[in-house]
Design a protein around this ligand. Sequence first.
Ligand SMILES: O=C(CO)[C@H](O)[C@H](O)COP(=O)(O)O
Length: 216
Amino acid sequence: MKLQLALDLVDIQGAIDIVSEVQEYVDVVEIGTPIVINEGLHAVKALKEAFPKLDVLADLKVMDAGGYEVMKASEAGASIVTVLGASNDSTIRGAVEEAKKHGTQILIDMINVPNLAERAAQVDALGVDYICVHTGYDLQAEGQSPFEDLQTIKSVVKNAKTAVAGGIKLDTLPGVISAQPDLVIVGGGIASQDDKAGTAAEMRRLIQEGSASVQV
Ligand SMILES: O=C(CO)[C@H](O)[C@H](O)COP(=O)(O)O
């Protein structure tokens, strides 16, 4: 199980500052959609240059032109690119095909997909690397969480790895870990904390403990 730090509400320098504090505890750094909108793919390039050992995820939430968008993000240094599960299958196929040329991975974001189990099974057959349940900020504000959705995809996804995002904090992490996703995505739960390194270290410890308990 890997830990991904999502950076959304900062600029490039702010992102570098946060990652500098927590880099030893995270596996993947996400350049969130707001950063890409504000700064472009330069943000992906800058973070990859600053932290070459970390995987950088470009949260483009691609909805069309999958091949082209994945090509540009891969050229900027992204190891993983997000494509929306609500996209047409042809967009997802184009993204997967292009990703293979670059050794990049595709994470399908199932945000706002109504028929989650059915669509997750369809997307799983398209050769994607990750399928991610995600409760976005607007629904988090209405009290929703991605935890039930994670159970749903765990029961139907057979090929891809599973991921979960949306308001995960230190106190809700144990419940997430017990569902055994392959990738846990945390934004504000680390980036908005006063003690970012301490929080990330504790999350890393819990994840290692949770992964080990399943292996034995
Ligand atoms: O993709 C996102 C928003 O669309 C966020 O990066 C994701 O939800 C994780 O951040 P947080 O833990 O703060 O919810």
